[in-house]
Design a protein around this ligand. Structure first.
Ligand code: SF4
Length: 501
């Protein structure tokens, strides 16, 4: 694809920190971000919610630096931000600057926290760079992030004496009264790790600028690198001409795919017969409906009344309830479709609608709905995990919850081991399986169609939205989404029973 860069801008593009990181992931990504950003796929609601969470954490982290001052100019107001920063730097009484802007070697950065730590032997103020992340541990990309920021800060002449990452500490337990920010955030010095990386930056920047001045994007093939450390938004663009059965869609180990690509295999249909594949990969290659001999017997193992259970959960980065930790999984709702042996179907559901810790009330209502009899159909091991955690947290309900766990019956395992449909495209997720087996039922008509979005919307409904009409709309959307998950299991069992004869 030929893209003509703006003539006036061809020789000197200013990079931001995120664009530099994009360039480290893939030169083509950086090129497209600058010359053809419209080709990117917009972030979906779940991705956007994760980005928003990072912003919220960053704002909370500032409270660990009392007296610090925010550079208020927005991200698009670069010159204003640079001017405000220069002014604030002159004030020796300020202990920290938030979102301070600096530019060096055609790179513009905004620093989460720049903390004043003292004065050096030359009488210059000394500084600590603190990058705040909502993640729970150090990742390789954090080092690149800190490296480019340190490069710019030292480039403009700041005396940087420490380079730190501040991340969420999952060992912190909230006492239910006051957040202890010193415990919630872990501060880790990476000075010794980052400094040896600084000399690499000029050559990397030079390579990026040379590439950006080219008339067309570099010829880089889509691959594993497109998904790590970030999902590239140009994936759809870069793969648009790939065949539908492109070898990259073969499920399972990426090593097998890499090996096959090295052998020149372009599509799943071209895989030579002598190549050893897993049973699932073999079914994907065969590309036809497959009904295992054991399907009928596996489906017959359920005991009536059959309950169909699904939880929705959320994982607040900042704990909301007493004795919970950051990112602890909190179940917030359940749906149960109950099928009697004569086919009669009934439905029960629960959704916590206020800011209380929902777990105990949710558990009590669930135990009542599940009763003592019948199998409990789930799709994946997630429900078992939630029930086990509830049993740990509520000793008085443990015996009943253990009884529930003993009745679980996983439809996902049954389908994975005994059935395949070409429309699964190698995926056994319920979102892939349902439209293939029960085309009349899908998630397409729902306002919420994904568990990640459900979690974000729940959090928004409880802690952000004040308009009661909007709250009611979210509540309804959450209920219908969870209900669809359990109805999907009912219809999948029914349809598979027919197909198994
Ligand atoms: S999809 Fe992959 S190859 Fe294409 S720009 Fe993104 S990272 Fe590069």
């Amino acid at each position: 694809m030929l893209i003509t860069p703006e003539p006036a801008a061809r020789s000197s593009y200013r990079l931001s920190k995120s664009r530099y990181l994009s360039g480290l992931q893939c030169h083509k990504r950086l090129y497209l971000e600058i010359h053809a950003p419209a080709l990117a796929t917009k972030p979906d609601a779940a991705t956007q919610a994760i980005l928003n969470m990072g912003t919220d954490i960053g704002e909370l982290a500032r409270e660990r630096f009392p007296g610090g001052r925010l550079v208020k100019a927005g991200y698009r107001q670069s010159q204003e931000a640079l001017d405000q920063t220069a002014e604030l730097l002159q004030d020796p009484t300020l202990p920290a600057l938030f979102e301070a802007a600096f530019q060096f070697d055609q790179v513009l950065i905004r620093v989460d926290v720049l903390e004043r730590v003292g004065v050096n032997e030359l009488g210059q103020p000394t500084w600590r760079l603190v990058e705040v992340k909502s993640s729970t541990k150090l990742k390789a990309t954090h080092l690149d992030d800190l490296t480019i920021q340190s490069y710019v800060l030292e480039g403009v002449g700041l005396a940087l004496v420490d380079i730190c990452l501040m991340h969420v500490n999952t060992q912190y337990v909230f006492d239910g009264r006051q957040l202890d920010l010193a415990q919630l955030f872990g501060l880790r010095s990476l000075n010794e790790t980052v400094r040896p990386r600084l000399p690499e930056v000029p050559s990397r920047l030079a390579a990026m600028h040379t590439m950006l001045a080219e008339m067309s994007a570099p010829a880089i093939a889509p691959d594993e690198h497109c998904h790590s450390p970030y999902e590239c938004p140009f994936w759809a663009h870069c793969t648009q001409e790939k065949p539908p059965r492109w070898i990259y869609h073969l499920p399972g180990s990426s090593k097998t795919v890499t090996l096959l690509r090295e052998l020149g295999v372009e599509t799943i249909d071209d895989i030579p017969d002598h190549v050893t594949l897993t049973p699932v990969q073999r079914r994907v290659k065969d590309n036809r409906e497959w009904i295992g001999e054991g399907l009928r017997a596996a489906l017959a193992k359920v005991r009536y009344p059959v309950h169909h259970l699904d939880f929705e959960t959320f994982m607040p980065a900042v704990p909301k309830f007493i004795e919970t930790r950051p990112y602890q999984v909190i179940p917030t709702q359940w749906s149960n479709h109950i099928e009697q042996s004569d086919g009669t179907l009934s439905h029960a559901e629960y959704l916590c609608q206020d800011g209380r810790d929902p777990r105990e009330e949710l558990t009590v209502s669930l135990l009542e709905s599940l009763g003592q009899e019948g199998s409990i159909c789930v799709y994946s091991s997630y429900e078992r995990l939630i029930l086990e955690r509830l049993a740990e947290g509520f000793p008085s309900l443990r015996k009943d919850l253990k009884g529930v766990i003993a009745r679980l019956w996983d439809l996902h395992v049954v389908i994975r081991d005994h059935y395949y449909h070409p429309d699964f495209d190698g995926s056994y997720s319920i979102k892939a399986v349902l439209p293939a087996v029960v085309p009349s039922l899908s998630y397409g008509d729902l306002a919420i169609r994904d568990g990640g979005v459900a979690a974000c919307e729940y959090s928004r409904m409880i802690f952000t939205v004040s308009d009661w009409i909007e709250k009611a709309q979210i509540e309804e959307a959450l209920l219908r989404y969870c209900e669809r998950d359990t109805l999907a299991m009912v219809e999948l069992r029914r349809e598979l029973r027919k197909r198994a004869g």
